[in-house]
Every structure is written in C-alpha cells, then in structure tokens.
Write a protein that binds this ligand. Structure first.
Ligand SMILES: [Zn+2]
Length: 220
C-alpha cells in the first residue's frame, strides 16, 4: 500500500513538473533571431520578441542581412525549433506593428529574450520603451555581454562567420551617423537605426572626416 502511495506521489510530481516546464504553444517556425511563428490557440501567429533586435538575416533588402544576423537566427533555431514555449505580454499591450504579437518567450523556464542579450546577439532594445518586467535582467545581461565582447560587442569586425561571397560593404563596414549628436554607430548598436541616424558611412575614417565621433557604447 505504502509503495503504491509513493509511486503515485512520484507520478503526480513528474506530471506537475512536465506541466510547468513544457510550454503551452508549439513553435511552428523560427523566422529569424527575434521573430517566431507559434500555434496560438489553434492558429498560426507571428511573435516579435520584446526588447530585443537581432541583426537582420531575412530582410527583403539583402544588403541589410549580415552574417551576425545569421548567427542570431541559427541560435534561435537551435533553441526553439520543435519546442513548446510560453509567452508573456507586457501589460495589456499584446500587438504591435503588422499585428504581430509582442511578447517575452520562455523556453524550458528561461526567458529567451534575455538569453539573446546575454549571448551578445542583441542589444537591450529600448526604442519602443524599456522592459517593465525585466529591465534589470536585460541590463545585467547586456553589461556582461559587453564586458566579454560577445558577438555584436566584439572589438574586431564583430564577425568570424563571414562567408567569402559577402563583401565587406554589405555588413560590418556600415556606420550610421546621428546628424543631431554627430556620433556614429556600428550595425550592432541599439542606436544604429535611431531617429537621427540618417547619415551612412562606409568607413570610420570617412565618419571622422565628416566631423562625427565614435559611439562610446558600441565603440565602432
Ligand atoms: Zn553606438
């Protein structure tokens, strides 16, 4: 009798654990580093991950796609393909531009948005506002990634995965200068596509000659 109770208890615990760790929504497709399709209550929905912005890898304008974008996409595919995930919205806001769901994605109990920042595959992206729920986690993750010069924070070109077919002009040798502050940024920087970052340079020298100085955060 006791054995039966023990066995039953173990079974109940096992079931509870599997419920808490298996997410509710099946990942149908990883589009790129920060965008996935999930089965959302029986229909396909596109989810844009909150507070991250990985470099492009599937942009229609191919010049915008970078090897670093591919690295981020690969990482997301490995972590999320075939998984079930949980999603969490920020307050009452569920959808953004293009009607996509805006959410934090949890896989195996981990906040995948924060993971991307921790791996240096995305800055803590606050263009549409800081994270209400995970601001501290994002900040710590970004500080650590920067300190370790991971991926987008790498001191060199930032890229060891460059395929020979890609010319330098397509990826890392593009800098955006902020016409207001006169600061220029590299492509991994959260300010790269900022509102006033409209001046494009193809070398740091050209940016300097034009009177711009390098950003202290991305250190181009
Ligand atoms: Zn910058």
């Amino acid at each position: 009798m006791k054995k039966k109770i023990v066995a039953y208890t173990v079974l109940v615990i096992a079931v509870l654990c599997s419920i808490s760790f298996a997410g509710e929504y099946k990942v149908l497709r990883v589009v790129d580093g920060d965008t996935i399709d999930i089965d959302y209550n029986g229909h396909k929905e596109r989810v844009r991950l909150l507070c991250v912005n990985t470099p492009e890898s599937v942009h229609p304008n191919r010049a915008k796609n970078t090897p670093m974008g591919k690295t981020a996409s690969k990482y997301a595919k490995k972590a999320l393909t075939g998984k079930t995930v949980d999603i969490e919205f920020e307050g009452n806001k569920q959808r953004g531009r293009y009607k996509r769901l805006l959410a934090y994605v949890f896989v195996d109990g981990r906040n995948f948005n924060v993971e991307l920042v921790k791996k240096g595959l995305s800055p803590y992206y606050t263009k549409y506002g800081a994270s209400k729920a995970y601001d501290r986690e994002f900040k710590i993750a970004e500080q650590r990634a920067k300190k370790q010069h991971l991926n987008i924070w790498s001191r060199k070109s930032g890229d060891t995965t460059r395929s020979p077919g890609l010319t330098a002009a397509l990826d890392t040798n593009i800098y955006h200068g902020n016409i207001d502050s006169k600061i220029f940024h590299s492509s991994g920087c959260r300010y790269f596509n900022g509102k006033n970052c409209t001046k494009v340079f193809h070398s740091k020298n050209k940016a300097r000659q034009a009177g711009f100085r390098p950003c202290k955060i991305c250190r181009p």
